[in-house]
Ligand binder design. Structure first.
Ligand SMILES: Cc1cc2nc3c(=O)[nH]c(=O)nc-3n(C[C@H](O)[C@H](O)[C@H](O)COP(=O)(O)O)c2cc1C
Length: 165
């Protein structure tokens, strides 16, 4: 199996992390993968706020409803998009690249909802982003102790249709 396929298949949502910091070079490499994601008409509406400061991590965690574990993460990446026609698809493509790139460094991550959540406005205020931006996703990152096995995933034969539904 090649390394990309391995990382995609290994990726799980991690909500607890070790205390190990993530180096700036690795964070930059992860964001570099995000910026290279496909975007509709190549408009590239996404920008990324990387947070490693403990107080800020706690503030982000407190704003979310199901992302309280962000306070114990080594980093959090907020995926922002200018409000273009396909911002959500574009921002989600960037988001997935981040999760897979993180896993390739054996860094666990969890996608915490943005976009449809009422708390997005508070997130924008906290990070000092213009209120015209959309918060597509909030991602926690940190090294994990033990890999989590895939569970409850639909089987390949239940989702694949050849030629017709
Ligand atoms: C759009 C979206 C929003 C999500 N929001 C949250 C969230 O707010 N909190 C959380 O703990 N997990 C969240 N998740 C992670 C899912 O719960 C997780 O991906 C799912 O349970 C499958 O587990 P896996 O990622 O380990 O395969 C979100 C995932 C997506 C795609």
């Amino acid at each position: 199996m090649n390394e990309v396929i391995k990382a995609i298949k290994r990726r799980r949502s991690y909500r607890s992390y070790t205390d190990k910091k993530i180096s700036k070079n690795i964070l930059k490499e992860i964001i570099d993968c995000a910026r290279l994601a496909p975007t509709a008409i190549n408009v590239q509406p996404s920008e990324f706020v990387v947070i490693t400061n403990k107080e800020m991590l706690k503030k982000v965690a407190d704003i979310t409803d199901y992302g309280k574990f962000i306070k114990n993460a080594a980093a959090c990446i907020i995926v922002l998009c200018k409000e273009t026609k396909y911002y959500l698809e574009d921002g989600c493509a960037a988001t997935e690249n981040i999760l897979i790139a993180a896993e390739s460094f054996s860094i666990g991550s969890c996608w915490v909802a943005g976009d449809k959540k009422a708390y997005c406005k508070k997130i924008l205020e906290l990070i000092g982003a213009p209120e015209t931006y959309k918060v597509v996703s909030i991602l926690s990152l940190g090294y994990y102790d033990k890999p989590i096995e895939a569970h409850g995933k639909r089987k390949l034969k239940g989702v694949i249709h050849w030629e017709k539904f």
